[in-house]
Ligand binder design. Structure first.
Ligand SMILES: [Zn+2]
Length: 147
């Protein structure tokens, strides 16, 4: 993974840390341990280095992270597990909310690789991107007009 991606991820967490419980790092470590330091959904080990093929299958490789090693354009990546909020149903049967980062029930959290986490949160990422684009326009002086 490129350094700027790590920077953006840590920067995002820094700016949104108020959404998470104060002991989030402790919870995160517990979930990583519970899930055996592997992606709960696809099983890829945390910290492993390799590439994904066209089907999305991960293959270990001893290359340098960021290197493109053949004509297919496969890029060598490092797996960095993050903790996903799944939006598991509440004990009373009501719907869970994956946007609620304070809901740290065991069944609501899973260690996921970048690919699985991104696929699960694609709606959230689209929503955040739209807000960011809008804020940039407003900051650039393109104020919104109310009709
Ligand atoms: Zn995965």
């Amino acid at each position: 993974m490129r350094l700027w991606v790590l920077f953006l991820m840590s920067s995002w967490f820094y700016n949104n840390r108020h959404l998470y419980p104060a002991n989030w790092q402790e919870i995160r470590a517990q979930i990583l341990q519970r899930d055996g330091h592997k992606c709960k959904w696809c099983g890829v080990p945390n910290g492993s280095i390799g590439y994904r093929d066209e089907a999305g299958c991960f293959h270990l490789w001893d290359g340098v992270v960021g290197e493109i090693f053949d004509d297919c354009g496969y890029k060598v990546i490092k797996i960095m597990l993050t903790i996903a909020h799944l939006g598991a149903p509440m004990p009373d049967g009501s719907a869970g909310d994956k946007m609620n980062k304070m809901d740290c029930r065991d069944e609501n959290l899973a260690a996921l690789c970048q690919k699985c986490h991104l696929a699960y949160d694609v709606d959230e990422h689209k929503y955040n991107s739209a807000i960011t684009r809008r804020l940039k326009k407003v900051a650039a002086g393109q104020l919104e007009m109310r009709l």
